[in-house]
Design a protein around this ligand. Structure first.
Ligand SMILES: Nc1ncnc2c1ncn2[C@@H]1O[C@H](COP(=O)(O)OP(=O)(O)OP(=O)(O)O)[C@@H](O)[C@H]1O
Ligand SMILES: [Mg+2]
Length: 244
């Protein structure tokens, strides 16, 4: 169980996350919202990577009381990419993580098709390949809470389904899995719950059925949104009203 209480984050004098509170049981949760609404910042704060006010508890334990070297037992933030690319191979990158479970790492390397990339330098792989390697590394940690940032932005459609199926399975096995994404399709087909941030405030916190609401989503993104459901597949389509 993840409890976030009155969490706020400021970069300098600018408040980016504004007193956000929610509780999540083991489940798969979409974290959506416009660019700059605070999704990445919220995930990083929960993972203790940026300073915050308020509290974050996992299974009743306040993360402020957990030593930094034990934090990965509780929470892992999986980035979509790495900004400064170190001079190492993908294999070194994966093995450099002391908190990874090696058997699990091997499994995810296989599932995400990373085997043939292990001896390549980090800058010698494509964006989607790097993203898949980072996912393999992050998911191999066995953390109780997984915070996955934009896992669908570089991956192709087949791997998008592979990634979402994996995350679904981890949630079914008892983890709290939060996926921040601007890629509403296929994200919304897999999740139990929707959280949305608008200008740093929690704007939607609802189960999928009520969370995916045309009016709410239109207000969230500032464009007209249509929800289409076919054979239990949910898709959300922005309608371009300026288009003739
Ligand atoms: N290190 C930083 N220093 C100052 N401002 C920052 C920093 N990182 C992010 N911001 C600002 O904080 C706000 C929230 O950014 P954040 O990256 O959390 O948004 P996001 O919802 O993840 O957006 P996106 O959909 O583009 O990934 C934005 O206005 C951004 O410009
Ligand atoms: Mg982001």
């Amino acid at each position: 169980m993840l409890e976030v209480e009155n969490l706020s984050v400021a970069y300098g004098k600018v408040n980016v996350i504004k007193s956000v509170s929610f509780e999540l049981r083991p489940s798969l949760v979409a974290l959506i919202g416009p660019n700059g609404s605070g999704k990445t910042t919220l995930l990083k704060a929960i993972a203790g990577m940026v300073p915050y006010s308020g509290e974050v508890l996992i299974d009743g334990i306040n993360l402020r009381h957990i030593r930094v070297d034990r934090r990965t037992e509780y929470v892992t933030y999986v980035p979509p990419t790495i900004s400064a690319l170190p001079d190492m191979t993908i294999g070194d990158l994966l093995l450099s993580d002391s908190s990874a479970d090696v058997a699990l790492l091997e499994r995810y390397v296989r599932i995400f098709g990373v085997e043939r990339l292990l001896f390549r330098r980090i800058w010698e792989v494509s964006s989607g390949e790097l993203e898949r390697a980072l996912l393999a590394r992050g998911l191999a940690r066995r953390s109780k809470v997984l915070l996955v940032d934009e896992p669908l932005s570089y991956t192709d459609v087949r791997y998008q389904l592979v990634v979402m199926r994996c995350l679904r399975r981890l949630a079914n096995e008892g983890r709290v899995v939060v996926v921040a994404s601007n890629q509403l399709n296929p994200l919304l087909n897999y999740v139990d719950r929707v959280l949305a941030l608008k200008d740093g405030k929690l704007f939607i916190n609802a189960p999928l059925k009520t969370g995916v609401d045309e009016d709410k989503l239109s207000e969230l993104y500032g464009v007209k949104m249509k929800v289409i459901t076919i054979d239990n597949i949910v898709d959300v389509v922005p309608l371009d009203e300026a288009k003739g």
